[in-house]
Design a protein around this ligand. Structure first.
Ligand code: 13P
Length: 452
């Protein structure tokens, strides 16, 4: 039982029996106890991050689902799914708890799940076991009559919340004031906005409306190539690390990737710094991947000579540089599946996936780089109790008619543009790396950057 292992570790930490510090001893508590309290991300890696006041709150989960034993919840989910048949499809991200993942019809990374959204056009309901921005994406890509359900509305993403539409619009206005909107002689506009999938639908809409695009961790390089064909520079949000790691791998020097801090004029940069920029990085980050360090990699190499270190590109650049490889959650899964038996892996990503891979591959030694368990607190909020609750509601009873609970609907005023940015991503294909503008000196005029 994979999650028994995660839960057991959390219990050991919470009772003080495990050594080392962790996110919170409250990790062992049921997620509904946090949903009812003060708005916050609850226990886990992002619990210290600020949650926007407008974030959705989850109403109280009926007692039946809070007190049911795991086996009972499992059975309820099975029965409801069997009753609903083709009327429902359950999608699950790799970071979900094992007791949720086992009920998913599709399990994947965020790109694969976006594609999977379209796999069952006849399903009336898509139950998305992931986080809020993924459910929004599913709503954008699914049919108008399909209802997308997020079992726990409090499953947000603190990184996504680090870029809001007002701050990005303000940034855009400052950049427009500097560079205008006219394309250069090669037809490249001054700035192309690129948003990571981990962002609100409003930001995807902003990108669609302003000639931009969405990327995921599995296609970020392809998407940046797409953007450089059309623009002189890229504004990349919200994850600075994915942007930096991807741009660096494409040969873009660090001095041409200034960071944008929305609390400061010009994001804390000078105009010449922005003139020479190829990628302007928003200052967001993932609290789970920020925990991985170069010291952990050194320790893993010392204890396990020959270990293969693979990390997610949301990790800070020094960690990615010190690793042997980096890639999306699906990349990590495939790399492990393809390795010769007896391999040893140290993995830098969320613990639920690492534990599951370790259980699925007893022929390898697989461990998490971070020795202290700290799940993604928002992914962890999709407890089997919430999944059983929304599925039972879809089935209905003699006393209670069938109902769609926790439907996620993207507002009409952003949906078309957001869908456009997603469609551009789905259609983007890798091109020759030569499309990336070649480095020029910081003092070069903007037109030189554009044409380079
Ligand atoms: P991928 O699913 O694209 O690997 O990224 C997962 C994610 O959202 C990490 O925060």
């Amino acid at each position: 039982m994979i999650n028994a292992s995660v839960d057991q570790t959390i219990r050991l930490i919470s009772t003080g029996k495990s050594s080392g510090s962790t996110c919170s001893p409250d990790l062992a508590t049921a997620p509904w106890e946090f949903d009812a309290g003060v708005p916050g991300y609850g226990p886990g890696s992002s619990m210290g991050d600020v949650i926007p006041t407008g974030s959705p709150r989850q109403g109280e989960l009926p007692e039946l689902y809070r007190t049911a034993a795991p086996a009972e919840l499992d059975e309820r989910i099975r029965v409801a799914k069997a009753t609903l048949g083709e009327r429902v499809v359950v999608l699950g991200h790799f970071y979900q708890r094992d007791e949720v993942v086992r009920h998913a019809d599709f399990v994947g990374d965020s790109f694969q799940l976006a594609q999977a959204t379209r796999s069952r056009p006849n399903a009336e309901a898509i139950v998305f076991c992931g986080v809020h921005f993924m459910a929004e994406t599913a709503d954008l890509l699914s049919g108008p009559d399909q209802a997308v359900i997020l079992p726990n509305l409090a499953a947000g993403c603190s990184m996504a919340d680090m870029a809001d539409i007002d701050s990005v619009t303000e940034c855009w206005e400052q950049l427009t004031e500097l560079y205008g909107t006219e394309p250069d002689a090669d037809g490249r506009v001054p700035v192309i906005p690129v948003t990571y999938m981990n962002s609100s639908a409003a930001l995807k809409g902003f990108c669609g409306e302003n000639g931009g695009i969405v990327c995921t961790s599995s296609n970020a390089e392809t998407v940046l190539e797409w953007a450089f064909e059309r623009g002189q520079r890229v504004l990349f949000f919200p994850d600075q690390h994915l942007g930096r790691n991807t741009a660096k791998a494409m040969g873009i020097p660090l001095e041409r990737m200034p960071m944008w801090n929305p609390t400061r004029p010009l994001g804390g940069n000078t105009a010449p710094e922005l003139d020479s920029a190829q990628v302007i990085l928003w200052h967001g980050f993932c609290s789970v991947h920020k925990r991985f360090t170069v010291d952990q990699i050194a320790a893993a190499r010392q204890t396990h000579p020959g270990v293969r270190v693979i990390v997610h590109p949301e990790c800070p650049m020094p960690v990615v540089d010190a690793a042997d490889e980096y890639g999306s959650t699906d990349y990590i899964r495939r790399a492990i599946a393809a390795a010769p038996a007896g391999s040893t892996f140290a993995i830098g990503t969320e613990i639920n996936l690492v534990q599951r891979l370790a259980a699925e591959h007893p022929e390898h030694t697989i461990f998490c780089l971070d020795p202290v368990v700290c799940p993604c607190s928002t992914m962890y909020r999709i407890h089997a109790g919430y999944l059983a609750w929304v599925l039972d509601a879809l089935v209905g009873t003699a006393e209670r008619p069938a109902a769609v609970l926790n439907r996620i609907t993207v507002a009409d005023d952003v949906a078309d543009h957001a869908r456009l940015a997603l469609e551009r991503m789905l259609a983007a294909l890798p091109t020759a790396p030569a499309t990336v503008p070649a480095p020029v000196t910081a003092s070069a005029p903007v037109s030189a950057l554009a044409g380079a």
